[in-house]
Design a protein around this ligand. Structure first.
Ligand SMILES: Cc1cc2nc3c(=O)[nH]c(=O)nc-3n(C[C@H](O)[C@H](O)[C@H](O)COP(=O)(O)OP(=O)(O)OC[C@H]3O[C@@H](n4cnc5c(N)ncnc54)[C@H](O)[C@@H]3O)c2cc1C
Length: 392
């Protein structure tokens, strides 16, 4: 049967390889990662070793030269094994796209080669304490500093996934003298470069995606060389909305779809295998539970079909592409919340008491909802786009 994302032979092989890693490595550590809220070191190392850091790096720089189609298929498989690992990977590839498309960043080819070789993990540091989920409006500012041939900035980044492990962050601040936070710039920072000027919170103890190491990070007079600008001064919104947003949306939609598939699979297995000894029947003989499972499957495949269509839009962009990008993230996040809720109800106490992986999937699925752009932002953006209003 053809893959719902329309994969060719090469991308099918990558998707199968990701599925193999997910079952052989990610799934084995997922419960421990969740219980201890620890970074999934084994799983992230396995991704690096298998060349997945460079999935979307051009082949000429040592990468696999893939686009959003392979990215979605790979992330979906990873999320079936461990959503924390999938999220770390989505942040990495979204940041890598900002690096790869940068018109200003010096030395980006060497950096992309390092990424392709599995030696460099990146992430996004967009959310700030001052503007919270409204990532398009940083309150931190760049101040000109001739001594570092560039700028300095002080910032309170409220959540940075892989904060301690990442080799670089794609970050954002207002340009010097900006009239509004929308006049922003994106820049690359290497968090290990100036240990005295960076502080991180001790740990991340989230409801879900507990392996993410999403820490708050404070920068004090952090030097930003001109050579490290990912966008031109004042052009940060372009990087965030035209590069990071579509890749992050495809990645997180795929992650949500992977969680839906994991929930459907775990529920179907539980209903098929679990018996009532006193009647000789099983859970699958109850029409209410079968109907829940059917609804879960329909929502999952609807979300996957919309993502498949959106990927086609990204490959052949048109005026409607941004709307599909927003809608696919919205549809997948809502599907994941609803599908995992149905899974908890269908599996009953077995899910509630952690005999099954369903409660972890249920908690992990809730993180996407609050990650920016949140479901509220997405609903507002889609409504604005449909009524001809500007997004900001
Ligand atoms: C597991 C996890 C990992 C994360 N990793 C990263 C990361 O690596 N990098 C990064 O930059 N960020 C990251 N984030 C942060 C994330 O993107 C959001 O910025 C954060 O979750 C917002 O939380 P808050 O309490 O500040 O939200 P608030 O902004 O306080 O929002 C509270 C509520 O108000 C709603 N709201 C806010 N503004 C609007 C609006 N304009 N219209 C309608 N409703 C609105 C929101 O939808 C939400 O329901 C991560 C978050 C999580 C949960």
């Amino acid at each position: 049967m053809p893959h719902i994302y329309g994969l060719d032979a090469a991308t099918t092989q990558l998707s199968n390889q990701a599925a193999g890693l997910a079952s052989e490595v990610l799934a084995k550590h997922a419960a421990d990662v969740d219980a201890k809220a620890r970074f999934p070191e084994e799983s992230v190392a396995a991704l690096a070793k298998a060349g997945f850091y460079g999935l979307c790096v051009p082949a000429a720089l040592g990468g696999k030269g893939q686009g959003p189609r392979a990215f979605a298929a790979v992330v979906e498989e990873l999320a079936r094994g461990c959503a924390s690992t999938a999220m770390i990977y989505v942040m990495h590839v979204s940041a890598q796209q900002a690096i790869g498309t940068s018109p200003t960043l010096q030395g980006k080819d060497e950096l992309l080669r390092e990424i392709a070789a599995g030696k460099h993990l990146s992430t996004l540091a967009l959310s700030e304490k001052g503007s919270r989920s409204q990532f398009w409006a940083p309150v931190s500012k760049l101040t000109a500093a001739p001594s570092v041939d560039g700028f300095t900035t002080s910032a309170q980044k409220s959540w940075v996934t892989s904060a301690r492990r990442a080799d670089s962050y794609v970050s954002t601040a207002q340009k010097p003298g900006a009239a509004s936070p929308l006049e922003s710039t994106t820049y690359l920072m290497r968090p290990k470069a100036h240990p005295g000027q960076i502080k991180m919170s001790a740990s991340f103890d989230g409801l879900g995606l507990r392996g993410n190491e999403s820490l708050s990070v404070t920068l004090e007079s952090w030097p930003v060389a001109k050579a490290d600008l990912v966008s031109a001064l004042g052009e940060g919104a372009k990087t965030k909305l035209e590069v990071i947003l579509p890749w992050f949306s495809v990645g997180t939609a795929a992650m949500a779809n992977g969680l839906c598939r994991a929930a459907v699979e775990a529920t179907a297995k539980h209903l098929t295998e679990t018996k009532f000894e006193h009647t000789g029947t099983g859970l699958r003989d109850l029409p209410t539970l079968r109907a829940r499972l059917a609804q879960m499957s329909v929502r999952t495949e609807q979300a996957r079909a919309l993502l498949a269509y959106t990927i086609g839009e990204m490959e052949n962009p048109s005026a409607t592409t941004p709307l599909f990008v927003l809608q696919t993230r919205l549809a997948s996040l809502e599907a994941a919340v609803d599908v995992t809720d149905l899974a908890m109800k269908a599996c009953g106490g077995a899910a509630f008491s952690k005999q099954l992986p369903v409660d972890r999937i249920f908690r992990d699925a809730r993180a996407g909802w609050v990650m920016a752009p949140t479901v509220d932002h997405l609903n507002d953006f889609v409504g604005k786009a449909l009524t001809g209003l500007p997004l900001f």
